[in-house]
Write a protein of this length. Structure first.
Length: 89
């Protein structure tokens, strides 16, 4: 599982990533000590749900992570690594 931290212009914090065993993306919002699941188990974790959630919450992600989502790839540090990972997994 990959796990990354992101925020939006309002200073809200989010965790996001790709869960390989479930083959789905996830997005969680942190409000104080509470974690709110926005995308991913137990909710739908497909790329459409993930892209809609990051847009609705104005979450800023690196461009290569957005490219990974559009290509249905797990997150890696670079797009090249993400493409390589699907062939070596």
């Amino acid at each position: 599982m990959s796990r990354y931290i992101a925020s939006n212009d309002s200073g809200e914090n989010f965790a996001y990533g790709f869960d390989r065993p479930l083959s789905e993306y996830f997005l969680q919002k942190y409000v104080g000590d509470e974690v709110i699941d926005l995308v991913g188990f137990p909710l739908k974790g497909n790329k459409t749900a993930f892209l809609n959630a990051i847009e609705q919450n104005n979450v800023k992600l690196p461009d290569h992570h957005l490219q990974c989502v559009c290509l249905d790839l797990p997150f890696e540090d670079t797009l090249d690594q993400a493409i390589f990972s699907i062939y070596s997994w």
